[in-house]
Design a protein around this ligand. Sequence first.
Ligand SMILES: Cc1ncc(COP(=O)(O)O)c(C=O)c1O
Length: 410
Amino acid sequence: MTDAASPDDRTPCPLPGPGDPTESGHRPHLPVTDATRAVRPATLAITAGRPHASPDAPLNEPVAFASAYHAGGPIAYARDGNPSWAALEDAIGTLEGGSALAFASGMAAIAAVLDTLPLGARVVAPLDGYSGTRVLLRDAGAPGRWEPVLVDVTDTAAVLDAADGAALVWLESPTNPLNGVVDLPAVITGAHALGAAVAVDNTYATPLLQRPLELGADVVVHSVTKLLAGHSDVVLGATVTRDDARCEAMREHRTFYGAIPGPMEAYLALRGIRTLAVRLDRAQANASELAARLATHPDVSRVRYPGLPDDPGAARAAAQMAGPGSMLAFEVRGGAAAAEAVAKATRLIVHATSLGGIESTMERRARWSEDVGIPASLLRMSVGCEDVEDLWADLDRALRVGGAAGAGDA
Ligand SMILES: Cc1ncc(COP(=O)(O)O)c(C=O)c1O
């Protein structure tokens, strides 16, 4: 895996420097200096968010279990802030190049972005994208809260058509689950020209492969639950922005709606980030190898992975990402029954939803969202860090089981 930007062409991030806590209680950890900025993202994943170095100081921010703080400082009560969150926020903010806020889940972070829009705001959002965002916008908000317009976000003209009069364009790239790649520079520039802000869910790529704020996006969202935390053992989310007013509005949202992370979860997520680069390197190499083998497998009709040279997203991914990532999508011959049989037949690859863990998981996505154009036979695989030959042996065997189950089906 290569880094997207050289140390010299990365934009300095506007995190607070060393010294006093900010008004909002954000307590800076290791100062973001020219020296810390001069290292590459994989190194920042290891160094960012550590306590100040001083004799006897711990190397890691301890888990702060506290619901109240001694009076006189910026944090009075547990919903205002927590040192364990602050360390995680420093790390995520440094990696993305903005100021991060940690939330109780990715959905809580998404809700904070959307809830701080004006009433009735038009929001352009992906048809092919994480279903929770779509359902929140379309069905779960109060009537009239937002005016969602769902589009194919890989179609730049369609996005910009819909963005006229919109408050926000919500993007995912690559998209979950079809692995579509958005032309981020073109959509961000075009949306801004129309007066719309742009949010990017960067969960699939992580800041090691793609940094949307550097491409001009206004806010980045993460399900930290996935690759950042990386071990299928925590639920957490984050927002990152360079816009102080937006950051403050989302911080207030977190304080008053109470979608705060637990300190133990924040600690675990930060511990996960320390190994993100090595996990992602391995998982991405595995995904690339599996994609190439699946592309010639007799029981597979289509592979969607932007690392394949003939994938429709390959050129965009090469231009704006440091690598194609660790998420695969492929369609099985024999329809839904065959795909379901493949998902159930694996022994090593876990039949489960979610993604980004160190272990490989796989599921038939259309079992959740039949109505948005996800092919019934599409399997989404979150590729983990196992030995690739073991993964291939498991997949190949399961595909043959699925092939037999789907024989005669559509
Ligand atoms: C791309 C993406 N964004 C956001 C979310 C929501 O995150 P969480 O489950 O942490 O609330 C998910 C969850 O699957 C996701 O896949």
